[in-house]
Structure formats: C-alpha cells, structure tokens
Design a protein around this ligand. Structure first.
Ligand SMILES: [Zn+2]
Length: 173
C-alpha cells in the first residue's frame, strides 16, 4: 500500500491540552486495519498515522524547519566531512555542509503550528479539516471527477469559536 501524506488542520477548543485534544479529535477517523484497502474511499476512515507538524511544520507561519539546526544531523554519506568520493569533491548528499535534515517525524515541535483560528483564516486551506463537529476534505474524488468542497470547509471554520486553536497535522493513509 502506498502511503500518502495529507496536510490537515485540527480544530480544538480554546485552552485544550494540545496533544490530548488533537488525539481525541482524530480518533474517530482512524483506519480500521482490516479494511485499509476496501474502505479507502470511506471518508470516516482517513488515517493510519498522524503527527503534529511533521512535513507541514511551519505551514501557518512560513517557518522553514530545514533551517532549524535541531532538525539536522550529521550527513551519513560523508560522516560530516562534506567531502565526496574523491578528494576535493563535494559530498552530493549534503552539498559539502556535512549536515542533512532528519525525517519530518523527528522534527522539533514548532510553536507556530498551533494558532488561534482568527490568525489563520486568511491562509490557504488544508487538504483536510477536522473539527469537533466533523471532518471536511477540500476536494472529494469520485472516479476521475473532483469536487471542490472548500466552500463547506470555509463554512465549518466560520462556525467555530474564533478562539479555537488550529493545529497543523501531518497524517497519512
Ligand atoms: Zn555529506
């Protein structure tokens, strides 16, 4: 099964504990492991893994997680020397820097990935919005035809308390 990552916003009530709040909001949409293939189009079973931030770290505020030294490690190809196969040649993996980015699942939690709703309403919508009232996809697919559902997603955001917290979530299915 090919794993595909999605950019989601999870809306949780103001004052929520972030990890517990997101976990509770996401739980109803966990994939049933027995039905991963057959229910791939079932919109109530959307994920088999999620993390806060992940590869979408910084999506709300433009922060670049690759520039954070804590999200980098010693280049495994050149052991940090920056030197390529031949003396004087740059390591192609790290481009001579000796450092490479770690995997997004290990990136440091970025505070900007949690923002009050009123600060993000002007942002580009995510692929998926999870609120206490339900789940919304920006687009739905039926065979070869796509339906733009962003109007419904906007309406769902408008229905939330303005002080709701929006959390960037990277999930895959
Ligand atoms: Zn290297």
């Amino acid at each position: 099964m090919v794993s595909v990552h999605f950019y989601a916003w999870v809306a949780i009530p103001p004052g929520s504990e972030i990890d517990a709040g997101v976990a509770a909001a996401m739980e109803p949409y966990r994939m049933n492991e027995d039905q991963q293939e057959s229910d791939a189009e079932d919109d109530t079973e959307v994920w088999d893994f999620w993390t806060i931030g992940g590869r979408y770290t910084g999506a709300l505020d433009g922060f670049d997680p690759l520039q954070d030294p804590e999200n980098q490690e010693t280049c495994p190809r050149c052991s940090g020397s920056g030197v390529g196969a031949a003396p004087g040649e740059d390591c192609p993996r790290c481009r001579a820097s000796g450092r490479v980015a770690t995997s997004p699942q290990r990136w440091r939690r970025h505070p900007g990935d949690v923002q009050p709703l009123h600060r993000v309403v002007h942002r580009d919508l995510p692929a998926t919005l999870v609120t206490p009232a339900g789940i919304h996809q920006a687009f739905t697919v039926d065979g070869a035809s796509w339906t733009d559902e962003r109007g419904g997603m906007r309406a769902a955001l408008d229905a939330l308390e303005p002080a709701s917290l929006i959390v960037v979530v990277d999930y895959h299915r």
